[in-house]
Design a protein around this ligand. Structure first.
Ligand code: PGA
Ligand code: ZN
Length: 417
């Protein structure tokens, strides 16, 4: 069996023009590479993204992570079989810290994802099949995408604000049809935004970022765009509030307005009823476990409540959230935890407890399409890859189109309700 013969690593750029790490692993005959994404509204408890904190690239350089791959990780894994579970285990032993602060989660993830790609190449199977095999997934499906078409909060230079306003094509026969309808809504929204605000500038995730003060007005805009494009109930809405960004010790803030946890939940309830919202992510702060419990007891039987910063793709957090009934879905971001194996374990624990799983990008993305294969290979059923614009986002949507064509009737489009 061909083993790992060499590993290279280098500093490359993400979609915000910040440095990130790429690793390339080779067996001699085959080689594969992967690039790590990076968040902006990063959860406090995420695994550590190692940055140089020196003058180059305003402190954001990743040369330490690069040298950790070249000088430390490579020594341990060269000569090993191309098996991601084994490689991840070895890296975890090498790192030995709770939050991957020794090697850096970015260094480890680049190697972990590249290992999966190399293994798939070696076995001459698609990456989603490799991920299916290692996760023990029985059937495959194409996900319902959540498309972030109006960016707010930190992604659009706004404060005390809901971060993402998304559409979800729930009532369509195929992923391809759902995507087409979503793109039509995106373009109808573009015309509306242009007409009302003069220009249609984009935020970090490719959604429009008009200077609209209230969530109500933004959701009205989306509602109008859906109607103008000729759709109705089949196009549902979803929010990522990223509320840790507007939580201040004992209260929340929406614009200038101070809100208690209870008042914020009432506000979400009102929005959900008015605008066909079926999913709310990070409605409460990452440390407000009481608030999450209240949110889930009040809205959890009707709405998908997704934990992102709350759970940071970490099984310990997920376990607590299951026990305390804090939410009912996991947002899975591979770089929050730093290895593919651990991310898969997080998904499995969620499935085992009847939660939904949404496989997600970061606001700082790259041309790497790993997560498109992951969402199919895990049969997760929902993806979150931003707007259908800007190549770092469309690369993932396009990869899903390829997979759908390849699988034909072997993989259905997910039915959410
Ligand atoms: P981030 O945003 O990548 O900036 O953290 C995405 C999200 O909050 O889901
Ligand atoms: Zn989020």
């Amino acid at each position: 069996m061909a083993a790992i013969k060499s590993i290279k690593a280098r500093e490359v750029l993400d979609s915000r023009g910040n440095p990130t790490i790429e690793a390339e692993i080779s067996t001699g005959k085959f080689s594969a590479s992967s690039i790590v994404p990076s968040g902006a509204s990063t959860g406090k408890y995420e695994a550590l993204e190692l940055r140089d904190k020196e003058s180059r690239y305003n402190g954001k350089g990743v040369l330490k992570a690069v040298s950790n791959v070249k000088d430390i990780i490579s020594k341990k894994i060269i000569g090993q079989e191309v098996d991601v579970e084994k490689i991840d285990r070895l890296m975890l032993e090498l790192d030995g810290t709770e939050n991957k602060s020794k090697l850096g989660a970015n260094a480890m993830l680049a190697v972990s994802m590249a290992t999966c790609k190399l293994a798939a190449l070696k076995q001459n199977i698609p990456l989603y099949s490799y991920l299916q095999n290692i996760s023990g997934t029985k059937k495959l499906s194409l996900p319902v995408p959540m498309l972030n078409i109006i960016n707010g909060g930190k992604h659009a230079g706004m404060e005390n604000d809901i971060q993402e306003h998304m559409i979800m094509p729930v009532g369509f026969k195929s992923y391809k049809e759902g995507l087409r309808a979503s793109v039509e809504v995106y373009h109808s929204l573009k015309s509306l935004v242009k007409k009302k605000y003069g220009s249609a500038l984009l935020g970090d995730e490719g959604g429009f970022a008009p200077k609209v003060e209230s969530s109500h007005s933004r959701l009205e805009l989306i509602k109008e765009a859906i109607e103008k494009a000729g759709y109705g109930e089949e196009m549902a809405l979803a929010l990522d509030c990223a509320s840790s960004e507007f939580f201040y010790e004992d209260h929340y803030k929406m614009g200038d307005k101070k809100l208690s946890a209870g008042e914020l939940i009432d506000f979400y309830k009102e929005l959900a009823e008015k605008y066909n919202i079926i999913s709310i992510e990070d409605g409460m702060d990452e440390d407000d476990w009481e608030g999450w419990k209240e949110l889930t007891s009040k809205l959890g039987n009707k709405i998908q409540l997704v934990g992102d910063d709350l759970l940071v793709t970490n099984v310990n957090k997920i376990k607590r959230a299951i026990e305390e009934k804090s939410c009912n879905a996991l947002l899975l971001k591979v770089n929050q935890i730093g290895t593919v194996t651990e991310a898969i374990n997080a998904a499995k624990m969620s499935f085992d407890n009847n939660w939904n799983v949404v496989v997600s990008h970061r606001s700082g993305e790259t041309e790497d399409t790993f997560i498109a294969d992951l969402v199919v290979g895990l049969n997760a059923g929902q993806s979150k890859f931003g707007a259908p614009a800007r190549s770092e986002r469309t690369a993932k949507y396009n990869r899903l189109l390829q997979i759908e064509a390849e699988l034909g009737n072997k993989a259905a489009y997910t039915k959410l309700r």
